[in-house]
Design a protein around this ligand. Structure first.
Ligand code: ACO
Length: 322
């Protein structure tokens, strides 16, 4: 019997504080019009002083669990994708498991930067397909604002905080159709965030903030995402017109528009959240999926293409029949 990973429920959480482009232009040399034209971002959310990746993950997870109408005890596997974990260890997934009051399940983190949620979907799909588990909770939760250099106008304008969640359950009806994930560690210098506590003597003065060669990352991202879209359609013998919705990682509206164009999709078929959320790294795809489903745009039976690109480089896609 074929076991499909079916979307049972989704959840999302955005912290209260809104930081607009105008707010940022008070501290660095930039403007609302520059940021909006180059990125499509108007504002982003900033986590409160007492919030953590696991506290935000809990809110998004509980919503996904409620929508799925299952009990937390029925969850067999928890995967948290984050680049801003509460602690080096225990994993944020273990902390989330405890917050949810779950005793006996597997819980671990995935670190794949902005592609973390797609990696999580891919791992969950393998576990469910083999029949090893029934229900998997995947959460992307990020406090990017704490690893951003707020004096660097090339990066501080891009990122935001939030958490997105999806609950996948084993079903004999089609769900996840295929996932495609890749990494190439050769691009470390283009986009990275050091861990000062693990520094060597030579780089002990580094600080734990994001460094990015934005323009170069942009070009690789566009080309790579175009390739992964082709691969995903070919693997499923589908035409571009068979895809109902594109749910992309929310890094830059120009990257998103290039992928939509490649798919010959109008922007009406793309879920875009970055205007008010910025790039929430591993949370962004799940927040966008949640928004598209809860506002009724994405309907049961429709074909949804999720994709992401991030530091590593890492990239991937997931084709889902919702
Ligand atoms: N305001 C005003 N001017 C700025 C700003 C700013 N916020 N930032 C850069 N500039 C200036 C630069 O200094 C440069 O000036 P110069 O021409 O005098 O040297 C000029 O604008 C052009 O800079 P570029 O970097 O070429 O601008 P670009 O059009 O590429 O936009 C951006 C920059 C928005 C960062 C874009 O490159 C981008 O979105 N890159 C991709 C980001 C991404 O997808 N990352 C992957 C996911 S993130 C993750 O995995 C953690």
């Amino acid at each position: 019997m074929t076991h499909y990973a079916k979307v049972l429920g989704t959840g999302g959480y955005l912290p209260e504080e809104i930081r607009t482009n105008d707010d940022i232009s008070k501290t660095v040399d930039t403007s609302d019009s520059w940021i909006y034209e180059r990125t499509g971002i108007k504002s982003r959310r900033i986590a409160g002083a007492n919030e953590t990746a696991s506290s935000m993950a809990e809110i998004a997870a509980r919503q996904a669990i409620n929508t799925a109408q299952i009990s937390p005890d029925e969850i067999d596997l928890i995967i948290v994708a984050t680049g801003t974990p509460d602690r080096v260890y225990p994993s944020t997934a273990c902390l989330l498991q405890h917050r949810l009051g779950i005793k006996h399940c597997v819980a671990f983190d995935v670190q794949a930067a902005c592609s973390g949620a797609i990696y999580g979907l891919s791992i969950a799909d393998q576990y469910i397909k083999t029949g090893a588990v029934k229900n998997v909770l995947i959460v992307g939760s990020e406090i990017c604002s704490r690893i951003v250099d707020w004096t660097d106008r090339g990066t501080c304008i891009l990122f935001g905080d939030g958490a997105g969640a999806v609950l996948l359950g084993s079903s004999d009806e089609a769900g996840v159709l295929s996932t495609h994930v890749y990494s190439d560690g050769g691009y470390e210098d283009m986009l990275y965030c050091p861990n000062p506590q693990a520094a060597t003597e030579a780089n002990k003065h580094q600080v734990g903030t994001i460094s990015m060669r934005g323009n170069e990352v942009f070009k690789v991202a566009v080309n790579t995402l175009e390739r992964i879209v082709d691969e995903t359609l070919e693997a499923n013998n589908l035409e571009k017109t068979d895809v109902d919705w594109l749910v992309p990682h929310q890094a830059n509206i120009r990257i998103i528009a290039a992928t939509a164009k490649k798919l010959k999709m109008s922007m009406e078929q793309v879920i875009v959240t970055l205007e008010e959320q910025g790039n929430t790294s591993s949370a962004s795809v799940l927040l966008a999926l949640h928004e598209g489903i809860t506002d009724g745009r994405i309907k049961r039976g429709q074909v949804v293409l999720l994709e992401a690109f991030g530091a590593g480089f890492t990239w991937g896609s997931a084709l889902i029949k919702y």
